[in-house]
Design a binder for this molecule. Structure first.
Ligand code: PHE
Length: 341
């Protein structure tokens, strides 16, 4: 019996080693290991052996069967059967592909770009490393003017021929106002979105680096009514029809008159909460009618043309839109935060 088994093993392994196609392999499998296969029948015979032989022969037979099965699997793989044999369920849900998404600030930026292009504004860019001229001087903020203190920034270690520091990280997107006037003249409608810098101690509501959107419109007979209409459109499209805005006087040397615009607090529906300091109103942006000096710096005649300008932080808009109470979260890179949008 033992010899017979060994003989079997030799035969089968040899034949398996020579197999070159699948049908031959299946034939062999059936011939030896099938329900009526030769090896299967032989194994059944072991049951009839006397007890003392049964144990040893049984052990040998099991070893041989395992060896043959391993060889069979290896040959199957060689012939590429195992893959083809596998049942493929086309109805199973696929493996989820992890995809990122746009940062909430980018989402709000894109929305703003859509709102303003739909009102005929072109979207402009400008340098973040800006000349003192475009950031301050041409905006009616001469050197040593106290208004500079309102927006202290990072000066770059570079001096002009007169020995003055002349390069700054821009403190606002207003720096693009005169650039735009120079390039496109009047009439003009543009929106500028981009990063700006402030020398600022950070807290829940303040960052040293953040994003702004600037709006500028210059044409004949542009008035505060046009400013209100455009701002109203922006707020309603961004926050929904229920939002209210109000103006109060504000000082910016590049507008006259200047205003600060507040919106009804969305977090408490105007009832009063910590974000709106219990007033029901949140200060959102600075705006006004473009100062005649600024138009002149831009090469536009203030006797013929007038304009309005406004500027606001995109983080601030996003905070109101999504109910976020700490500005520092935006640039923290914290995925728990970002994945909510
Ligand atoms: N540049 C101002 C700021 O950053 C905002 C502003 C823009 C005010 C345009 C008036 C007109 O605070």
């Amino acid at each position: 019996m033992k010899n017979k088994l060994q003989q079997f093993k030799q035969d089968i392994l040899r034949q398996l080693g020579e197999v070159v196609d699948i049908s031959l392999l299946q034939e062999l499998e059936k011939k030896y290991l099938g329900r009526k296969g030769e090896l299967t029948l032989l194994l059944k015979d072991i049951g009839n052996l006397p007890a003392e032989e049964k144990k040893a022969v049984g052990k040998l037979a099991n070893g041989i069967r395992a060896e043959i099965q391993a060889k069979l699997a290896a040959v199957k793989q060689r012939l590429g059967v195992s893959q083809a044999d596998k049942f493929f369920d086309a109805t199973l849900p696929g493996e989820k592909i992890k995809a990122g998404h746009l940062h909430p600030l980018t989402q709000v930026q894109r929305e703003l770009e859509k709102i303003f292009t739909s009102m005929g504004f072109m979207v402009l860019d400008g340098p973040e490393l800006e000349s003192d001229y475009y950031n301050f001087e041409a905006l009616n903020i001469p050197a040593h003017h106290p208004a500079r203190d309102l927006q202290d920034t990072f000066y770059i270690d570079h001096k002009n021929q007169r020995g003055e520091y002349d390069l700054v990280m821009r403190t606002h997107t207003s720096s693009v106002q005169v650039r735009a006037m120079e390039r496109y003249g009047a009439p003009l409608r543009c929106a500028v979105l981009g990063k700006i810098y402030r020398q600022e101690a950070t807290d829940q509501r303040h960052e040293h680096t953040f994003y702004q959107i600037e709006g500028l419109m210059v044409d004949k007979d542009v008035s505060a009514a046009n400013l209100m209409a455009v701002l109203q459109t922006m707020f309603v499209r961004l926050f929904g029809p229920g939002v209210k805005i109000r103006l109060r006087p504000g000082y910016f040397s590049f507008v006259e008159p200047g205003v600060e615009v507040e919106m009804s607090c969305l977090l408490c529906q105007g009832k009063g909460c910590p974000v709106c300091k219990q007033t029901g109103w949140v200060e959102m942006l600075g705006a006004g009618l473009v100062h005649p000096n600024v138009l002149r710096f831009g090469g536009i005649d203030p006797k013929i043309y007038s304009g309005f300008a406004f500027g606001t932080g995109i983080e601030r808009l996003a905070m109101m839109k999504y109910g976020i109470d700490d500005i520092r979260l935006f640039h923290s890179g914290d995925l728990h935060f970002l994945q909510q949008f």
